[in-house]
Design a protein around this ligand. Structure first.
Ligand SMILES: O=C(O)CCC(=O)C(=O)O
Ligand SMILES: [Fe+2]
Length: 175
């Protein structure tokens, strides 16, 4: 085994598991692991194009998307009771804008300041189809979702209930 702490060093006793639980050590070969990891780098071109056109629409600057190449997207599903606490999007090592698209139920989006998770903040109702961009001096603004408004998804948006939010990001990571 080609690892620093193989099974000979890091002893991994075979656990006794209850019915229905199955543990298969080393099921994936290294080649299969490499293949799977490589799949994570296949960010779809259509989403890069979507991100670029969103930036152009948001800023009104026809060249705003030229240097923008998102390499990650987070998709969150919110049911009636879901919330997201105030936070900064700071896992990325790039200062490029975050682009947020909303589909389904309207939510209350709390968009705050870059210093604290508390006031001053603004509450904005993000509805299905809305685009929100936070870049430049707002890139590190605290934000969160205190509330979903159930039953507000428009007919034809593809979602019967709940809300989907897609955020595109430039991670600035090579990994
Ligand atoms: O759902 C939203 O509009 C915000 C999502 C968000 O802040 C995040 O995914 O980091
Ligand atoms: Fe966020």
């Amino acid at each position: 085994m080609n690892t620093l702490f193989g099974d000979d060093v890091l002893h991994r006793p075979t656990p006794q598991l209850p019915d229905g639980a199955h543990y298969v050590p080393h099921w994936l070969t290294l080649e299969q692991q490499r293949w799977l990891v490589a799949r994570f780098h296949e960010f779809p071109d259509w989403m890069v194009r979507l991100g670029r056109s969103a930036l152009v629409a948001a800023t009104g600057d026809p060249s705003a998307g030229d240097d923008y190449t998102p390499d990650a997207a987070l998709v969150n599903y919110y049911d009636d009771a879901a919330r997201m606490g105030m936070h900064q999007d700071k896992d990325e090592h790039s200062t490029a804008p975050v682009i947020s698209l909303s589909i389904g139920d309207t939510c209350l989006f709390r968009f705050g300041n870059t210093q604290t998770r508390n006031k001053p903040y603004q509450d904005i109702a993000l509805a299905s189809g809305d685009l929100f961009v936070f870049g430049g001096p707002s890139r590190m603004a605290y934000h969160g979702i205190p509330k979903i408004y159930p039953g507000t998804a428009p007919q034809g948006c593809g979602l019967e209930a709940g809300r989907i939010n897609i955020t595109m990001r430039v991670t600035g990571l090579n990994g």
